[in-house]
Design a protein around this ligand. Structure first.
Ligand code: TLP
Length: 402
């Protein structure tokens, strides 16, 4: 998704993260020129109000991810007021509160606050395995597809990839991937499930399917890890509490910085001994944070105030999908829209070009393949924005393919 440009030695230039960062570079140039003035960027562009957030960025409808949300004023206040301490010494009360509350929601003995979902997943892989072990994972799962080769680099494990349908596989798939106990083979240790599934289009794993996979895993003494970066979405969409999903797993990653709208942070939850082991690896991976209560307070606020409202994101995703499905050149099956992710195919124009044109017109989405687009509804996007986005999509597609 990103590309670095080569910099001349000594050049004082910001790395070019391609077009994703063009706006950031423009803002930074402006802020640098006007350093010291109050409300620098606001003076320049004027404040913008969204449903819950007062942001000072120029108005675009940003559907690239639910990670792009800005903290609300109430969240910023909670963060500013947080009681903090050195968490590497175990002295940050707000981090402890967040860990306790997360463990409670997930029905686990303990939880560990970490900077990112990637770290939570990779700590789980490292803590459940030893180098040379094998991990069963779906081929487009974030752990395998989007984490920069971390299972191999950080844990020295092999990934055995299963082909899922919209990210979901079966107990029989797991059974078929198991190796006989033989010195020739890497021992299988762990099965990973992603719910909701990102590249599956926000698909929800049926609880019975999880139970079947877990039963096979137990039978073969395998551990189970859940990448629940968007478990909150699955719980709100189905009405099944998070702990009912979590009970089938030895460890669970949940993210506060996706649909919940916190600026930073994820947690890894599991049994006490497992979390103690993960705690040591968190230090080893460089994830020990000092006065982390400031960000944990944002996460706690998100947990208490932004879970139920995810249903708004789901309704917005549905409305977006319904609008897009009407447009010529868009192939979208409404049945696949289960949560806040809308994934669709273009039949007439290249996805990359459409992304560029839309961005110029004020709507941002991501291309996930040569002819596929992902749009993710989030806390900063209103139902009015969705109607505007559909209108802009229609206009841009028409211009590209008259
Ligand atoms: N996903 C991001 C990108 O990395 C693709 C996004 O925009 O959706 N598990 C799942 C299922 C995720 O979708 C993500 C982030 C992560 C883990 C990693 O979280 P972070 O970004 O906090 O490391």
């Amino acid at each position: 998704m990103f590309a670095y440009t080569r910099l001349k030695p000594g050049a004082n230039v910001i790395p070019n993260f391609s077009r994703q960062a063009t706006e950031t570079r423009r803002r930074l140039r402006w802020a640098t020129r006007n350093r010291g003035r109050r409300n620098d960027f606001e003076v320049h562009s004027g404040p913008v109000k969204t449903n819950t957030v007062e942001a000072t960025a120029p108005r675009t409808i940003d559907l690239r991810s639910d990670t792009v949300t800005l903290p609300t004023p109430a969240m910023r206040k909670a963060m500013a007021d947080a009681e903090v301490g050195d968490d590497v010494f175990g002295e940050d009360l707000t981090v402890k509160l967040l860990e306790q509350r997360t463990a409670e929601i997930l029905g686990k003995e303990a939880a560990l606050f970490v900077p990112s979902g990637t770290m939570a997943n990779q700590l789980a892989v490292r803590s459940h395995t030893e180098p040379g072990d094998e991990v069963v994972v779906e081929a487009s799962a974030h752990i395998y597809y989007y984490e920069a080769g971390a299972p191999a680099a950080l844990s020295g494990v092999l990934c055995r990839c299963l082909a899922g349908r919209r990210g979901i596989f079966t107990a029989a798939d797991v059974e078929a991937a198991l190796r006989p106990p033989d010195a020739h083979f890497a021992p299988t240790r762990l099965v990973c499930v992603e719910n909701t599934h990102n590249r599956g289009g926000g698909s929800i794993w049926p609880l019975e399917r999880i139970a079947e996979v877990a039963a096979v895993a137990r039978q073969h003494h395998l551990r189970m890890h859940l990448d629940g970066a968007r478990l909150w979405n699955a719980a709100v969409a189905t009405g099944i509490p998070e702990r009912d999903y979590a009970t089938h797993f030895d460890s669970v990653n949940v993210c506060f910085s996706k649909g919940l709208g916190a600026p930073v942070g994820s947690a890894l939850a599991g049994g006490r001994e497992f979390i103690e082991r993960a705690h040591r690896f968190r230090k080893q991976f460089g994830g020990g944070m000092r006065q982390a209560g400031i960000i944990a307070a944002g996460a706690l606020h998100a947990l208490e105030h932004h879970r139920a409202r995810l249903s708004e994101d789901h309704a917005n995703a549905r409305a977006l999908a319904q609008g897009l499905a009407q447009l010529p050149g868009v192939e979208l099956d409404l049945k696949t829209v289960e949560t806040n992710i809308v994934l669709f195919r273009l039949t007439a124009v290249p996805a990359r070009r459409l992304v560029e044109m839309l961005s110029e017109a004020g709507v941002r989405v991501l291309n996930t393949g040569p002819d596929t687009i992902r749009a993710v509804t989030n806390l900063n996007v209103t139902s009015k924005d969705i109607a505007a986005a559909v209108e802009i999509f229609g206009r841009v597609l028409k211009r590209m393919n008259p």
